[in-house]
Design a protein around this ligand. Structure first.
Ligand code: FES
Length: 392
């Protein structure tokens, strides 16, 4: 019983201090918890490309297996819906991008991940990857990360998944996890594509749709065909497939334009906040395309950035995020999601004007008050000064 007495903690304070001071600064591998932390949350996973499958001229599936020669012996486990960061050095420029894992958690146990990478307009990384990566290449990935996964305590038993384009990838993983018996919820997928021949994984989803817990609905915007919904994913369409007499969650993943449109439609449903989850597929770009963009008369801006005790001034386009400009100028910022969600790049603006698109502004009131921003989801409106955290 004495272990439950909170006073014991304070009585041992001096002894604890003594032990902490006596301990070394290295992380010890002989502690079970430290070993497990490395297995579940590795900083880096060193992989090889085992297979490349071309789906169309702009989309490929890359399969990665661990590379024991460089110290990675297994795939870190993940929850369906999470992403991996890909680290690259493109002509001397260090960049990374987050891609949702399109394979299943079971596949990771069996020894591989898959990422489905689609070319995005003006996408430096997607173009590089599609043009250069081939079987046998060595690749550096992060550990799995992200919060876009099913949580039984928070989410309803039925999840209406709204996908556009490459935003299908986390839902492929979730559907496979349900089919494997590793997730237990009802998944209704409303997948928006322009035409039938642009649907990714059509045959695979047709097969997954045979499972009692999975329903697949294709929504075509540019083609009217029997067996397909026509138009866009609207609130009315969501209601048509939602359970009439039970709560449901809505998960959304898609490119910027779809994300903005669907956000407005989902708001019309009046669902409790906990039942609505968003994940942007790809990073935020092109400020002038945002509905609430206030505009600026400066096409180019100076960004003065302080990292630790180094300060540099660089110039970039007002249409690029602060992060994009810093990276184009060789300045590395800690990042993970690259869409304003994870908080890794959390920084402070000390002078200048900036714009955070409403659609991706998840900052707390205190952050807004003290000009804390995420450079990955913020555009400069004037010359600006910013303090960013140092990368590892
Ligand atoms: S990288 Fe996640 S918030 Fe910026």
């Amino acid at each position: 019983m004495s272990n439950l007495n909170p006073n014991t903690f304070f009585e041992n304070l001096e002894e604890r201090k003594r032990r902490i001071e006596a301990a070394g600064s290295e992380i010890r591998d002989d502690f079970y918890l430290n070993r497990m932390a490395k297995v579940f949350h590795p900083d880096r996973q060193y992989m090889k490309i085992a297979k490349v499958t071309e789906i169309d001229k702009d989309t490929k599936i890359f399969r990665f297996v661990p590379d024991p020669d460089r110290g990675t012996t297994r795939c870190a486990p993940f929850l369906a819906g999470q992403y991996l960061n890909v680290f690259l050095n493109i002509e001397g420029m260090k960049v990374n991008r987050a891609y949702s894992i399109s394979s299943s958690p079971q596949n990771a146990k069996d020894g591989f991940y898959e990422l489905t990478i689609k070319y995005v307009q003006d996408g430096l990384v997607s173009r590089y990857v599609l043009d250069n990566w081939k079987e046998g290449d060595e690749v550096e990935l992060s550990g799995p990360a992200g919060n876009f996964y099913y949580q039984g305590l928070r989410d309803a038993k039925t999840v209406i998944c709204l996908a556009g384009g490459s935003g299908i990838t986390p839902f492929r993983s979730m559907a496979k996890a349900i089919a494997d018996g590793n997730e237990d919820f009802n998944l209704v997928l409303l997948y928006g594509s322009r035409t039938e021949d642009q649907i990714l994984y059509k045959d695979e989803f047709d097969a997954l749709g045979q499972n009692d817990k999975i329903k697949i609905v294709h929504v075509l915007s540019d083609e009217q065909k029997e067996g397909f919904e026509y138009g866009f994913i609207t609130a009315d369409l969501i209601k048509k497939y939602a359970p009439a007499d039970a709560p449901y969650s809505v998960f959304v993943c898609g490119p910027q334009a779809m994300y903005r449109f669907v956000k407005g439609e989902v708001a019309k449903l009046g669902l409790a906040k906990k039942y609505v989850r968003f994940e942007l597929s790809g990073e935020i770009h092109d400020a002038s395309s945002m509905e609430d963009y206030p505009g600026t008369d400066q096409a180019t801006v100076k960004i003065t950035v302080s990292i630790r005790d180094v300060t540099k001034t660089v110039t970039g386009s007002a249409n690029d995020t602060i992060l994009q400009t810093l990276e184009k100028n060789g300045i590395t910022v800690p990042t993970s999601c690259r869409s304003g969600e994870c908080g890794f790049c959390h920084s402070v603006v000390t002078s200048g004007k900036y714009y955070v698109p409403k659609a991706v502004d998840g900052r707390r009131v205190a952050d807004e008050k003290f000009n804390a921003i995420h450079p990955c989801a913020t555009f400069p409106l004037s010359d600006i000064e910013i303090i960013v955290p140092a990368d590892k």
